[in-house]
Design a protein around this ligand. Structure first.
Ligand code: GDP
Length: 640
């Protein structure tokens, strides 16, 4: 057989066969030379064994399998098989991306060097290399209980920074600002609090590198302090504790340290992981040290980005300005955004017309960890939207239109609700090892009792190698929007005991498909957790409306207590049943019917067209005309 015939059979180039011949010591062959049987076996053996083309290749990271094969000088069929051996399924015209090209080349011993073109960046064809990465400024969110001094600290930092740089007054609020120090820069998110932090996370955007948790030294740990800690833990973001108001005579930082230690935030001097600083937002004591610690922590976290990439970032705020048109307050997170770049930002797109920093200075380019006001979008973006530079106007328009279409489709499809039953199913299938729960209760006493029981169940399940419960957050009072957002971020189910849900939270839960389970009896709650862990399916219970009562009169019976004189207009009213209060077509409260009276007597049930007095735990705001809907849980298929 001649070389070119054999090459055809092997699906390689004749040149490749000649090269292989040279390598294995069969000298002097040309395309038309004949090959003896033993030579053919030797060549086949070589190709089979080594599959090496031997020489390094240069890739843009965007080639198809066929193109890579020809660069390597290896038959495409062999490349496809080799890819399959390393777990990549691809056809000849597929682009496998830089990571897989790298894996492929490594698996056959070929050195690959990636050349970065604008196209390869834009097509996602770049393996980020250490040498392209440069340190970037840490992005910090300040969290803590209301009135503990978050705004005062942020203002102090901003003002002292303005003075230090001898800039004019900060002219505009752009959602974040950069503080430039001798040792480096820090970006502070301008709006303190966990609402923005969680809202961003719920949309899939990771904005914050470090959280500064502010605790007032005279008040100590409060509800929102604990909530902030749970949010940080769920997001895996490190915490620096700023014990504030240290200038006050009744400041007691040791109490704060002790309280936080009980929640796993332990000072370094006590052998823990967290840096604690005593500060004052009023006198500025230790604020400089706080900034230095943030920088140090940023360094230790090795926060890096590649300024050579096309810009990427996240929307902090977006609005329509009368003169400027749609404005995006953007935090550039990676790469560089240049004036004139085309971009997509959620369903908005455009060409960067102008960019400004927080002092109103015009910027031509903005690199990693830079907050900017950006003009040029065709419509108003949404906070949390991801922003990225694309190759052309056509691409920008196309991607944004696709996104609009996707949203329309998902709007039509019913939002998938994450239910306890789904999680239970995943436990049975063995795909879920941890059941995440957010627990809200009416009192500390009930919270502790439920927590203890859940921990016991979790412990005994883990001893049997079963799934465990992770109590992501425990809090008091009605279920709030913040609970829902935390549930979205952490994929948790919300359990409530003897509490209500505020109307906004209920709407948000529906939007995000989060299940809220409200219990009246601790026993029921614990049973559900147990069953979920054991993967046991209970007969399915559904909630049905059994009656409706119309509020005709409101009676005040104590300082903070009132009952409603009602007429049962439909079905029946039942004591201890779950109720929802509807006013002007909207749900205003959800809770339990705790008192039901006919004249002066307590009764269990009241039938249609009967008058009765209704009291609802935790609700005193009855208004004439309110409708009280009464719900009971029944086993599916069983009539009440
Ligand atoms: P935020 O709700 O956490 O943003 O709290 P603010 O920054 O609005 O502060 C609440 C109150 O505490 C204001 O009256 C501040 O003046 C006061 N405050 C904040 N920081 C300090 C401090 O370090 N020392 C003292 N004495 N008062 C402070």
């Amino acid at each position: 057989m001649r070389v070119y015939q054999f090459a055809k059979q092997m699906k390689v180039s004749p040149k490749y066969i000649v090269e292989v011949c040279e390598k294995i010591g069969i000298k002097g062959k040309t395309f038309v030379s004949g090959l003896k049987d033993n030579e053919i076996s030797a060549i086949k053996e070589y190709i089979k064994k080594s599959k090496l083309s031997g020489k390094p290749i240069v890739s843009t990271g965007t080639e198809t399998v066929g193109e890579i094969a020809s660069k390597l000088g290896i038959p495409a069929a062999d490349i496809i098989k080799q890819l399959s051996d390393i777990g990549v399924t691809a056809a000849i015209n597929d682009r496998i991306g830089p990571d897989n090209i790298k894996k492929l080349c490594e698996s056959i011993g070929v050195v690959v060097e990636f050349k970065k073109t604008k196209e390869s960046y834009l097509l996602g064809g770049v393996v980020e290399e250490e040498k392209d990465l440069v340190p970037r400024a840490p992005v910090v969110t300040v969290m803590g209980h209301v009135d503990h001094g978050k705004t005062t600290i942020l203002d102090y930092i901003r003002k002292s920074n303005v003075a230090a740089r001898e800039y004019g007054q900060i002219t505009q609020k752009i959602g974040a600002y950069r503080v430039n120090l001798k040792e480096g820069s820090i970006v502070f998110i301008d709006t303190p609090g966990h609402e923005i932090f969680t809202a961003m996370r719920a949309r899939g955007a990771k904005v914050t590198d470090i959280v500064v948790l502010v605790v007032a030294a005279d008040e100590g740990v409060k509800m929102q302090t604990l909530e902030a800690i749970d949010h940080c833990k769920a997001a895996g973001v490190p915490i620096i504790v700023a014990i504030n108001k240290i200038d006050k005579p009744n400041a007691n930082p040791d109490v704060v340290k002790k309280q936080l230690s009980e929640h796993g935030i332990i000072p370094e001097e006590w052998g823990g992981q967290n840096v604690f600083l005593n500060v004052s937002g009023v006198t500025g004591a230790n604020i400089k040290e706080l900034l230095e610690i943030i920088l140090l922590m940023g360094e230790m976290m090795e926060l890096k980005a590649n300024p050579k990439r096309p810009g990427e970032g996240v929307v902090l705020e977006a609005f329509l300005h009368k003169q400027k048109g749609p404005v995006i307050n953007l935090l550039v997170q990676n790469g560089t955004v240049n004036t004139g770049d085309f971009f997509v930002c959620g369903t908005a797109w455009g060409k960067v017309r102008a960019m400004f920093d927080e002092n109103g200075n015009k910027l031509e380019k903005a690199g990693p960890s830079t907050p900017v006001e950006l003009l040029g979008a065709n419509s108003v973006a949404t906070p949390g939207d991801l922003f990225r530079v694309v190759a052309s106007e056509a691409d920008a328009r196309k991607i944004a239109e696709q996104k609009i279409e996707e949203l329309k489709q998902s709007g039509i499809k019913e939002q998938k609700v994450l239910t306890l039953e789904d999680l239970q199913r995943q436990i049975v299938q063995g795909t879920l090892k941890e059941l995440k729960i957010i627990l809200k209760t009416d009192s500390i006493g009930s919270q502790e009792a439920i927590k203890a029981s859940i921990e016991k169940i979790s412990q005994s399940s883990s001893e049997k190698n079963g799934p465990t419960v992770n109590l992501i957050h425990c809090g008091l009072g009605a279920i709030s929007e913040s609970d829902i957002l935390l549930a979205v971020c952490s994929q948790s189910v919300i359990f409530g005991y003897n509490i209500g849900i505020d109307a906004k939270a209920e709407k948000l839960a529906k939007q995000h498909g989060i299940e809220i389970k409200i219990y009246r009896l601790v026993y029921d709650l614990i049973e559900d957790v147990k069953n979920a862990l054991e993967g046991m399916t209970k007969p399915k219970e559904v909630e049905v409306m059994v009656g409706q009562a119309l509020v005709k009169q409101v009676f005040k019976i104590g300082k903070n207590q009132s009952v409603a004189g009602c007429l049962v207009v439909d079905g029946k009213a039942v004591r201890d049943a779950k109720v929802k209060i509807v006013r002007d077509g909207k749900f205003v409260f959800e809770g339990f019917l705790t008192s039901l009276k006919r004249f002066k007597n307590s009764v269990r049930e009241v039938a249609t067209n009967t008058e009765c007095g209704i009291g609802i735990e935790g609700f005193n705001d009855f208004q004439q005309g309110d409708i009280i809907q009464i719900y009971q849980r029944v086993t599916e298929g069983v009539q009440t």
